[in-house]
Unconditional design. Structure first.
Lengths: 314, 279
């Protein structure tokens, strides 16, 4: 017999026997009524089937064909697209670009978002204002981010003005093969560090206050408290930040696409830009689908790897 | 030992102010440039507050004969698309979360896991087949095309299921025992108890949809169907070197989101803390 989560059911004004109440509760959530749950899920489930599950299956299928948008009859080509991808220097290059971009962006996110969150977590006067203001970069429309940074990275733009003001040489950010990935990383991190600081902040605020109180009584220093209370308690949050920011950067499209479109000389062609160009500019649907599947496999593997690492050194 | 309190606070204020300054610098630059006269945007030393602010940049960007862009129309499109996506997604996600949390049926867990797994499935991976699907439906360049595929988003389902799982069942049980039907209980008991979660999902979905660039970019060709982000991008491509105009337009595109943020800050933050980070 299943009872409500509360264990006790508050009987309605007209008193009934507890047994009868329990039976009714059983019948509304029990075997005979369960299909109602399915009916509640069904509308959105249909949308998921058509616009999420079906496209994945279709991508998997198309990746094995020579499909293009103009010819509805595809030939099955087996693993040929995958084989060609692995020997396509542009594809290999885009994997390298994505890997450098993701690594370079994620490490500062994991560390600096935490630093920002630690500051924002202090109880001082005016903290609300700081919390609101530091969040603004994340409010800016995503399409405005690369447009704005294109100007900031201009030869005579704000970034170079700042560098020259402190005696350094200006950089041709978006046209220099060595500088373009760092340029992406700065723009990306500027936008999303405030978001992840909020995630950390929620994590920090869920740490029970009495842990800190007890450690103060024991005479622990600020650094010790951070090392032995905050960090271990934040572990799940850190995993979330790591996984989500990695996935976010691995597929990031708008910043790369609008800032450089992959240039100079493919030096900033991320995987998502590669997929877009293969599918929508060269109309090689099968080829683009194969690249999509590899991106998906890569993202899932990295996620599983992180979960594994975080679990195994417990 | 701990630093003395005033010293530590002073240090904190200084550090926070520096961080905030650098985070906001690009935003200052955007607004400041939007008020400059064409050709003076790189003059040194930087004029953060232009001595002669050129407010006409805003009117000229909004209604520009050169680019022939129609921002009134783009705004209308954004409102229609975002409004419908948000409303329908919130309703369907609430229903699904309720059904998954409060009922037991065969395959319920599989359905939930299958939906939530799509949270890590980016549009970039399925953009080609999704485009083909929408094309086969004849939905390119239409509102349906902009709206229906976007409704299938897992964040709301996930959040609403969490919400309903922690919501005591006793009230729902009581209503059922009093003879209310399943649908009536959902609308008269479950929904009124769930406004905080519903608002969180609504704000989140609103922002995601309002801000989305990739999907409209893929399926919209005609000018009259453009949303604001597409309009901003097209304008930028047409006006490449008129920095003040482009920054004025960017500022205008930012304002609605800033207002939304100030009005619903708490729900904004809750959605992010529940890590619906996407864009």
């Amino acid at each position: 017999m299943r009872l409500g989560r509360q264990g006790m059911i508050v009987a309605p004004a007209r008193t009934r026997s507890r047994r009868r109440v329990a039976r009714l509760v059983h019948s509304w959530r029990g075997p005979g009524q369960g299909y109602w749950g399915f009916l509640f899920v069904l509308p959105i489930l249909i949308l998921f089937v058509v616009f999420k599950f079906q496209p994945i299956a279709r991508a998997a299928y198309l990746s094995l064909t020579d499909a293009n948008p103009f010819n509805p009859v595809h030939a099955f080509v087996g693993a040929a697209n995958y084989a060609q991808l692995l020997s396509d220097s542009r594809f290999i290059n885009s994997i390298g670009v994505t890997a450098r971009y993701v690594t370079g962006a994620v490490i500062p996110i994991v560390v600096l978002s935490l630093a920002l969150a630690l500051m924002l977590n202090e109880a001082i006067r005016g903290m609300r204002i700081y919390r609101v203001l530091t969040f603004l970069p994340s409010i800016i429309p995503i399409i405005v981010v690369p447009i704005l940074w294109q100007f900031l990275y201009h030869r005579y733009g704000l970034v170079n003005t700042g560098l020259e003001a402190i005696g350094l040489n200006g950089v041709n950010w978006l046209f220099d093969k060595a500088a373009v990935i760092p340029a992406f990383i700065i723009a990306t991190d500027w936008r999303i560090i405030p978001l992840f600081a909020i995630v950390y902040l929620a994590g920090l605020q869920s740490i029970p206050e009495d842990l800190y109180d007890a450690s103060k009584v024991d005479g622990a220093s600020m650094v010790q408290r951070f090392r032995w209370i905050t960090l271990p308690m934040l572990r799940p949050t850190m995993l979330v930040v790591l996984v989500i920011s990695t996935l976010f950067c691995a597929r990031s499209f708008v910043i790369a696409f609008v800032l450089t479109g992959g240039g100079p000389d493919n030096a900033s062609q991320t995987l998502s830009v590669f997929i877009y160009q293969a599918g929508f500019q060269f109309f090689r649907v099968g080829y683009a689908s194969a690249a999509s599947m590899l991106l998906l496999v890569g993202m899932v593997s990295v996620t599983l790897l992180f979960l594994r690492i975080f679990r195994s050194d417990d | 030992m701990t630093m003395r309190l005033p010293l530590r606070q002073g240090f904190l204020y200084v550090a926070l102010t520096i961080v905030t300054f650098f985070l906001l610098l690009p935003v200052f630059w955007m607004v400041s440039t939007s008020l400059k006269t064409l050709g003076t945007e790189f003059d040194l030393p930087i004029q953060w507050i232009p001595s002669d602010p050129r407010w006409e940049n805003y009117a000229e960007a909004w209604n520009n004969p050169l680019t022939k862009s129609d921002f009134a129309r783009y705004t209308l499109n954004s409102v229609i698309v975002t409004g419908l996506v948000t409303t329908i997604n919130v309703l369907l996600a609430t229903m699904a979360g309720y059904g998954l949390a409060k009922y037991r049926f065969a395959g319920g867990n599989i359905v939930f896991v299958a939906i939530v797994v799509t949270l890590i499935l980016p549009l970039e991976v399925i953009m080609v087949p999704l485009f083909l699907t929408v094309r086969d439906l004849g939905w390119l360049n239409t509102y349906q095309g902009l709206i229906v595929p976007v409704i299938a988003d897992a964040f709301g389902v996930f959040l609403m299921r969490q919400w309903f799982r922690s919501l005591p069942t006793s009230l729902i049980d009581a209503a059922r025992i009093d003879g209310a039907g399943h649908i009536r209980v959902f609308f008269t008991i479950a929904i009124p108890l769930s406004w905080p979660a519903i608002l969180t999902v609504a704000i989140f979905t609103f922002r995601e949809t309002w801000d989305d660039y990739i999907w409209p970019f893929l399926i919209i060709q005609s000018d009259s169907m453009r949303t604001i982000p597409l309009g901003v991008r097209t304008f930028q491509q047409a006006e490449l070197s008129n920095f003040p105009h482009i920054m004025a337009l960017s500022t205008m595109a930012t304002i609605p989101l800033v207002i939304l943020y100030f009005l619903f800050q708490r729900y904004f933050v809750r959605g992010i803390a529940g890590t619906g980070i996407k864009d």
